[in-house]
Design a protein around this ligand. Structure first.
Ligand code: BG6
Length: 485
C-alpha cells in the first residue's frame, strides 16, 4: 500500500455532474477504505455563491445518491468533514488569492491536486491565475478532464496554454478507461505469462475487435453530446487507449514513460486514413426510434436538446490497420455506440484456423480469446474439445476466469484508482501530451470527411447491435462481430 500523503484536493467544477456522480463518491470510497491521509482536504471550487454548509447541502442531495456500496452515515459524516467550499470566479484574481491563502495554510511538503472538471476553455485562464498566486509549485499537480479539445489544433492550443504554467510531469490528463482494473490486467495477461505473447501477432491472430457498447442513450447530456459525438467522446480516447494496451510492444518497465513511449509508438504505427479509407472503412450512424418491451423508445433526433436535423454520430465502427511487423495485415475493428443492445466493453482476439483438420464437427470454429472489461471482468479462451461419445466430433467450450471470483482483494472503480494515483504522484495511467495529440492526428481525417459530408450517416434501431453497414464492413473480410459468432 502507498504511504499516505497529505493533500489538498482542489476541485474546480465542484457543483458539476462529474464531481457529484463520480469524483466525490470515489473519494468517499477511498476514505472508507482508509486510503486517504487523515488530514487530507477537499476544496470544492465553483462560481456558485455557496458557503461550505450550502455546498454540503448540495452534496447531500446530488452526490450521496451515487454511492452504491459501503455506505454508512457515520463514514459519510467523517468524509464530509474533509470538505470546504471556496466560491471563485475565474476572471477575478482576488478570488484566487483567497484560494491560495486557504491552501497555503498547509505544509509545503503536502501535495496539492488541482482537478479541472470544467470546460477546456477555462483551463488556460485558470492555470494562469493559479500560477499568479504560486499554485503551480513543484508539489502542485493539475488534472485535466476529457474532452481535451475538439480536434488536433484545439488540443494543441489547450496543451500549449497549460504548458505555460505547468511542467509536463505536473499534468495528469485523465482517461478513466486506464483506471479500469480489467484494462491494467491486460498487461499482466500479456507480459507476465509465457503462453500468450508468442501468439500475439499476425501469424496466429486473424482479426481483433474492440467494443464499447452502451445501452444508455444521450440522457440529459444532449447539448454536450450533440457537439461532441461518439468519435470524440469515445474513439479518440477510450478506444484508442484500449487498442494501445492490446497491441503495443512490451515496455521496458511499468514506469510511466516506458509505458507511454510504447503507447505512442503504437498510435504512430496506425495506418493513416485517406478520404477513400474513411468512406470504405469507417461507419457512422445514429440510433433511430424503435419498439422495446411494447414501448416506443426515442431515436437520437427525438432526444432532449438535439436539433431535428443533427448529423452527430452516436455509433462509430472503424477498421484500423497497424503498420508494424507484429500486426501488418490484421484488421483491428473498433466500435462504440449508445443505445445498443447491451452494455459491454470487451476485446476479442480471433485466432487463425488450425491447419490440421483431422476432427469433424459442426461447431468447429477457430480459437477466440475474449477479454471482457465490463460489466463482468472475465477472460474466456474458446477452445476446441472433443465431444463425449464415439466419433471424432469437436465442439467449442471456454476456459473461463471470472476475475472477481478468482482473485480476492478490493476492486476499486476506475476513478478511485486514478484519484489516488494523482494524490500519490503516479503518472503511468495518465496520457502524455504526445500520445493524445497522436490520437487526435489519427482521427482527424475521419472528422474532416464527415464535416464535408463525404460519407453516409447510417441509422440503427435503438437497442440493436448497430447498423447493417457495420456488419458488411466485417463481412468483406470474412469476419463477424462477436455477438454473431
Ligand atoms: C465517458 C463518456 O467518457 O465514458 C460517456 O463521455 C460514456 O459518454 C462513458 O458513457 C462510458 O464510461 P463507462 O466507464 O461507463 O464505460
Amino acid at each position: 500500500m502507498d504511504k499516505q500523503i497529505n493533500f489538498d484536493f482542489v476541485l474546480f467544477g465542484a457543483t458539476g455532474d462529474l464531481a457529484m456522480r463520480k469524483l466525490l463518491p470515489n473519494l468517499y470510497q477511498a476514505h472508507v477504505a482508509g486510503l486517504l491521509h487523515p488530514e487530507g482536504r477537499i476544496l470544492g471550487v465553483s462560481r456558485s455563491d455557496f458557503d461550505t454548509a450550502g455546498f454540503l447541502a448540495k452534496v447531500e442531495t446530488d452526490s450521496k445518491i451515487h454511492i452504491k456500496k459501503n455506505f454508512s452515515e457515520a463514514d459519510w459524516a467523517s468524509f464530509i468533514k474533509r470538505i470546504t467550499y471556496v466560491s471563485l470566479n475565474v476572471n477575478r484574481p482576488e478570488d484566487f488569492k483567497v484560494l491560495a491563502d486557504t491552501v497555503k495554510a498547509r505544509r509545503e511538503t503536502d501535495n496539492i491536486v488541482i482537478y479541472l472538471s470544467t470546460a477546456p476553455k477555462f483551463f488556460e485562464p485558470t492555470c494562469e491565475q493559479l500560477a499568479a498566486v504560486g499554485l503551480n509549485a513543484e508539489n502542485v499537480r493539475v488534472v485535466l478532464e476529457k474532452p481535451l479539445g475538439t480536434d488536433l489544433q484545439s488540443s494543441q492550443e489547450i496543451n500549449n496554454g497549460v504548458a505555460r504554467f505547468f511542467k509536463e510531469d505536473q499534468i495528469y490528463r485523465i482517461d478513466h478507461y486506464l483506471g479500469k482494473e480489467s484494462l491494467q490486467n491486460l498487461l499482466a495477461l500479456r507480459f507476465a505469462n509465457v503462453m500468450f505473447e508468442p501468439l500475439w501477432n499476425n501469424k496466429y491472430i486473424k482479426s481483433v475487435q474492440l467494443t464499447i457498447a452502451e445501452e444508455l442513450g444521450v440522457e440529459e447530456r444532449g447539448e454536450f453530446y450533440d457537439i461532441t459525438g461518439a468519435l470524440r467522446d469515445m474513439v479518440q480516447n477510450h478506444l484508442i487507449q484500449m487498442l494501445c494496451m492490446t497491441a503495443m510492444e512490451p515496455p521496458a518497465s511499468l514506469d510511466a514513460d516506458a509505458v507511454r513511449d510504447e503507447k505512442l509508438k503504437l498510435i504512430q504505427s496506425l495506418k493513416p486514413l485517406t478520404t477513400a479509407d474513411v468512406a470504405e472503412n469507417v461507419i457512422r450512424a445514429q440510433y433511430t426510434e424503435a419498439e422495446k418491451d411494447g414501448q416506443t423508445v426515442n431515436g437520437y433526433l427525438q432526444e432532449h436538446n438535439i436539433p431535428a436535423d443533427s448529423r452527430t454520430e452516436t455509433y462509430v465502427a472503424v477498421k484500423a490497420e497497424i503498420n508494424n511487423q507484429r500486426w501488418a495485415g490484421v484488421p483491428f475493428y473498433l466500435r462504440t455506440g449508445k443505445r445498443m443492445a447491451g452494455k459491454v466493453a470487451e476485446i476479442v482476439l480471433n485466432f487463425r484456423d488450425a491447419a490440421n483438420h483431422i476432427f469433424d464437427g459442426s461447431q468447429k470454429a477457430p480459437n477466440r480469446l475474449v477479454i471482457e472489461l465490463q460489466p463482468n471482468e472475465s477472460i474466456r479462451l474458446y477452445t476446441q474439445l472433443k465431444m463425449p461419445g464415439s466419433g471424432n466430433h469437436v465442439g467449442q467450450a471456454a476456459l473461463s476466469v471470472n476475475m472477481a471470483e478468482a482473485l480476492e482483494g478490493r476492486r476499486a472503480e476506475a476513478y478511485e484508482r486514478l484519484l489516488l494515483d494523482v494524490i500519490n504522484g503516479k503518472l503511468a495511467l495518465f496520457n502524455r501530451r504526445d500520445e493524445l495529440e497522436a490520437a487526435w492526428a489519427w482521427v482527424m481525417p475521419i472528422m474532416e470527411s464527415w464535416a464535408a459530408n463525404k460519407t453516409t450517416l447510417h441509422g440503427y434501431p435503438a437497442y440493436s447491435w448497430g447498423p447493417e453497414a457495420a456488419r458488411e464492413l466485417l463481412a468483406r473480410n470474412g469476419d463477424k462481430w462477436h455477438e454473431e459468432q
